[in-house]
Design a binder for this molecule. Structure first.
Ligand SMILES: [Zn+2]
Length: 514
């Protein structure tokens, strides 16, 4: 049998314990045909085989981002970049908004993201008046870098029904002029309400453009699979993923979570975790715990019953749990279930698990739970954590080495658009524990480059029950892989982020070349 593609002269990092390294990989159809030495590939190289000479470059399994939010990421990619790298003042922001307004039909929403008043020359947030001057005929919303605040102009406030008389919504705040009481445009903890309830969903043309952007974004970052973690995901989202996937406009493979309510739509169709195919698969039921807006806080007994019901219906669970008390609530629910029906082997997941002290880690281990962590936030946000996180919690923040050593499976994710998807930033963060500023967060939690790579490959596949088909390079597995300009397991750690994704292959097709 001859291969369709042979990658040779490569440093192949297989992530497969039975054959950790190799020189070449052969692909037939959408599967890996063989992994081995250059010479061994001669027998599968025919006249029609495309031979790719990797000239010593590294080949690794494609990256799997175990937790992100696709529609929010698409919004971000479609928005005006107002990060400190792009703008230095409110005057710059107004200019950028004015420029976008000129190209946008009046009445259409204009989005900006990532402003941070700390880095603006004026040292303050923009207001509705600033934005009214720039775009009086378009509703405008600018999201703060933290996503905890946003600024709306007058047309946007009107569409949101926010005026002088509007009372403070629970858990949120409308900032007002101290003398007149008029909202000044700055809203706290209301961004997801504005985006989901006030702004219209993407139009067909916007959706086409957004998928085009996000598809290229993933492939250029080597993301061959991702896990969609939005609890609002429902049947209609599933259809969108299906439609764009089949049209070849979303090439990365998707495992899509649902919420406690929306999972019923899938259940009615006889679908549970694992239903679907290699392109689109139903993931866990996502349960929001703690301070998260948009969903009512569940009392422990209600949570226990909900978790038991989902578990017994055949669903994996994924708990959004950031604080120690949220992680503990998830553990208590799983222990409640475990007393009735064993949970080990069901791979219930703790998403974020940001604060995880030893006593909780021990309980997670006994439950066979999986931690989905965010090492790239160490790089992008580490400085802020060091400055703002309660010193009592700091020793337990985004630990990776301790859970791995205790036998808990840890997978990595960007939580994009919270931070960029870039998996190499995550590998760098996991290996060095260094923030962009160079400050170090819990150096004792640093892992080896091989372990860091596992977080984004085999372990991420394990988190969605897919390690049998992806996450490592071995015969019979899906031919999803990346060619990297350098070997992350061999370059000095400080050079990991210089590594470029040079080629992305999904299902045996070269879908991106840099
Ligand atoms: Zn998330």
């Amino acid at each position: 049998m001859s291969a369709d593609i042979v990658l040779k002269n490569a440093t192949v990092i297989t992530m497969d314990e039975t054959q950790p390294s190799a020189e070449a990989v052969a692909i037939s159809g959408d599967r890996i045909l063989a992994v081995g030495g250059n010479v061994s590939m001669e027998s599968v190289t025919g006249t029609k085989t495309r031979v790719i000479d990797c000239r010593g470059r590294a080949v690794a399994p494609g990256f799997n981002d175990a937790h992100l939010h696709l529609f929010s990421l698409m919004r971000k990619l479609m928005s005006i970049d107002l990060s400190p790298a792009a703008v230095g003042s409110i005057a710059d922001i107004k200019e950028a908004v004015r420029h976008r307004a000129e190209k946008t039909p009046p009445g259409t929403w204009i989005n900006g993201t990532d402003y941070n008043e700390f880095y603006l020359a004026e040292g303050r947030c923009p207001t509705r008046r600033d934005l009214d001057e720039a775009a009086p005929r378009h509703p405008v919303v600018l999201a703060h870098r933290s996503l905890h605040a946003c600024v709306l102009n007058s047309p946007a406030l009107e569409l949101a029904g926010i005026g002088m008389e509007t009372p403070e919504p629970p858990g949120a705040r409308i900032e007002r002029d101290l003398t007149t009481g008029e909202p000044n445009g700055l809203l706290f903890e209301m961004l997801s309400f504005i985006r989901s309830e006030v702004m219209p969903p993407f139009s067909g043309a916007e959706l086409d453009e957004a998928f085009d952007m996000v598809d290229r974004h993933f492939l250029s970052n080597g993301i061959t699979s991702f896990q969609e973690a939005t609890y609002r995901n429902d049947r209609s989202r599933w259809q969108i993923f299906r439609r764009y996937g089949e049209a070849g406009k979303l090439k990365s493979r998707v495992s899509m979570m649902a919420g406690p309510e929306t999972r019923r739509e899938f259940q009615e169709d006889g679908m549970i975790t694992g239903s679907g195919d290699n392109r689109l698969r139903l993931g866990a039921v996502k349960i929001m715990l703690g301070e998260s807006a948009g969903q009512n806080e569940l009392k422990q007994p209600e949570l226990n019953r909900l978790v038991l019901d989902c578990h017994q219906s055949g669903f994996q669970l994924a708990f959004h749990a950031i604080t120690q008390s949220s992680v503990e609530a998830a553990i208590e629910a799983l222990e409640y279930v475990n007393n009735r029906s064993p949970v080990t082997g069901r791979r219930h997941r703790i998403e974020h698990c940001s604060e995880c002290p030893p006593r909780l880690l021990e309980r997670l281990k006994r439950l066979g739970a999986v931690i989905v962590t965010h090492p790239s936030t160490i790089y992008y946000n580490g400085e802020r954590y060091l400055a703002t996180v309660d010193p009592k919690q700091l020793p337990w923040l985004y630990r990776v080495k301790s859970p791995l050593e205790s036998g808990v499976v840890v997978a990595a994710a960007s939580d994009a658009p919270v931070v960029p998807v870039n998996p190499l930033a995550g590998i760098y963060g996991a290996v060095t524990r260094k923030a962009e500023s160079g400050q170090v967060l819990l150096p004792e939690e640093a892992v080896s480059p091989g372990q860091a790579l596992a977080l984004y490959t085999v372990n991420a596949a394990y988190a969605s029950f897919e390690e049998g088909i992806k996450g490592s390079l071995a015969p019979g597995k899906l031919a999803d892989m990346v060619v990297l300009s350098g070997d992350p397991t061999r370059v000095p750690p400080e050079r990991i982020m210089d590594i470029k994704v040079e080629m992305t292959i999904i299902g045996g097709r070269v879908v991106w070349e840099g």
